[in-house]
Design a protein around this ligand. Sequence first.
Ligand code: ZN
Length: 75
Amino acid sequence: MIIEGCLFPGCPEPKKTRGLCSLHYTYAYRLVKRKQTTWEKLEQENKVSPKRGIISKSNKWFLEGEVEGEVNIKE
Ligand SMILES: [Zn+2]
């Protein structure tokens, strides 16, 4: 049985934010803050979960002018 946990390999903690436990989210957050990476890049590499899939699709359209899949404009 697989329990959904932190995306960080071997980390036993349950996922809390963006698919990461609070510790690894903090690491990721710091790297993004220091501009060593971006949330978008981490999402593309499946290292974090999209915060809100719907919103990020809308952002993608605004930023890049293209939309993948369905866009829910409810929010
Ligand atoms: Zn973790």
